[in-house]
Write a protein that binds this ligand. Sequence first.
Ligand code: DX5
Ligand code: ZN
Length: 219
Amino acid sequence: TQPTVIAPSLLASDFAHLADEAAKVAPEVDWLHVDVMDNHFVPNLTLGPPVVKALKAATDVPLDCHLMIEEPERWAVGYAELGAHNVTFHAEATDDPVTVAKNLRAAGSKAGLAIDRDTPVERYLDILPEFDTLLIMTIKAGFGGQKFMPELLDKVRTARSRIETGHLDLRIEVDGGIASDTIEQAAEAGADAFVAGTAIYGAEDPAAAALALRRLADT
Ligand code: DX5
Ligand code: ZN
């Protein structure tokens, strides 16, 4: 696997001070995870392109946009054009994930495919070469602060084995309930990018919490 990526989820930060919240963790993290929700794909509503544009101007940390939205074929490329490092959309939200991925790469970002709690990973293994990241939810998408579901790590194991046998070059990112008591099992299963909201922004010192998670993932 590649060097560990730690990606704090801004969903758990103070939305009135996003630039400060980004700066707090910047020295210790690889990406900033930005959860975009449209109240249709998930029953929650967060932020969209104007806020991503403002964040891009406010931080040098690469933005990892996680689109929990319908119609990614309509919206995803806009995030790439705003300068997102990686744009991840949900497999459940489109009939044509390969075209969306190609368009993202053409627009200059990395392409990510997300798999929600109830979606099997097997049906997407053959299209993994089109992607730079595979985001496997370890909760049901929609809200921060939920309990980690260890049984979903079987999907990480399945994907890791395909990546190895196929000599593929993509990351496996896990999202949901990642904390000091769960990150090691996720790493063991084969994840190499870790989103953490509550475990980082809920901590007294978010940068220290991010560093501690990295150490655990690397052991
Ligand atoms: C939820 C989001 C997550 C969320 C994770 O659907 O995709 O990124 O912020 O929050 P925690 O780490 O608190 O489970
Ligand atoms: Zn997320």
